[in-house]
Design a protein around this ligand. Structure first.
Ligand code: 13P
Length: 256
């Protein structure tokens, strides 16, 4: 059975002291929680401090970054590489978030290159896909997601896809409070799993963890987790407060 994974995407929030305070409050609240993998993805500046603070949790809460350069090192001012993320203690890296795609011009192909590079550095990519409102209204949801998946998983092995995390984040649901209806999210995510099966085989489809993201809150996470193909959540706003993120993690444990 797939273990759900709940990841906090802090985006461009929290100073060092705010990050440390969060971890201090958060860890005791999830101390006894079994059956869910948890990751915190702070901004680059707080990775070291959060990583240190999480060491107390002995690997139960993983560290992730929100972006990564595809190159390992060199003259790339302002960029951070996979080996650097590994060095600071990251297990995960979010790639292809819609904000990276829309605000920073990241193409499907670049996201695919970064995903491949992440595996090369032994990082688990959280590959984000999702349609805009205009694309959804034009009936293009499936074609947009297939295009993003095709480029995002380009040249990966079956074993790599099986280890990856995919996050389905409809752009119109991000930060808007207008979360996607859980049945609709399930239908799209079932389609993503089907696509993985056609391209990489049944084993990969069975193993790959697919999250939903977009206005996930403590009061709606269990509605997503009740869906057979949804394996957790990528959480923005509601992951900024320790109690709220802990409640989401607790709500993600599968019943029965
Ligand atoms: P919100 O949870 O704030 O809608 O953000 C979702 C998101 O973008 C996570 O990556």
């Amino acid at each position: 059975m797939r273990i759900p994974v709940i990841a906090a995407n802090w985006k461009m929030h929290k100073t060092l002291s705010e990050a440390a305070q969060f971890v201090k409050e958060f860890l005791p609240q999830v101390a006894g929680l079994e059956g869910v993998d948890i990751a915190i993805c702070p901004p680059f500046t707080a990775l070291g401090a959060v990583g240190w603070a999480l060491a107390e949790a002995k690997g139960r809460v993983g560290l992730g970054a929100q972006n990564m350069a595809k190159e390992a090192q060199g003259a790339f001012t302002g960029e951070v590489s996979g080996p650097m993320l590994k060095d600071v203690g990251c297990t995960y890296v979010i790639l292809g978030h819609s904000e990276r795609r829309s605000l920073f011009g990241e193409s499907d192909e670049l996201v695919g290159e970064k995903v491949r590079a992440a595996f090369g550095y032994d990082l688990i990519p959280i590959l984000c896909v999702g349609e805009t409102l205009a694309e959804r209204e034009a009936g293009q949801t499936d074609s947009v997601i297939r295009r993003q998946l095709l480029a995002g998983t380009d040249q990966l092995s079956t074993a790599q896809v099986a280890r990856a995390v995919i996050a389905y984040e409809p752009v119109w649901a991000i930060g808007t409070g207008k979360n996607c209806n859980p049945a609709d999210a399930q239908a799209t995510i079932e389609g993503i799993r089907g696509w993985v099966g056609d391209r990489f085989g049944a084993e990969a489809a069975k193993a790959v963890r697919i999250q939903y993201g977009g206005s996930v809150k403590p009061n709606n996470v269990s509605d997503y987790m009740a869906q057979p193909d949804i394996d957790g959540a990528l959480v923005g706003g509601a992951a900024l407060e320790a109690g709220s993120f802990a409640a989401i993690c607790a709500g993600a444990v599968r019943k029965g």
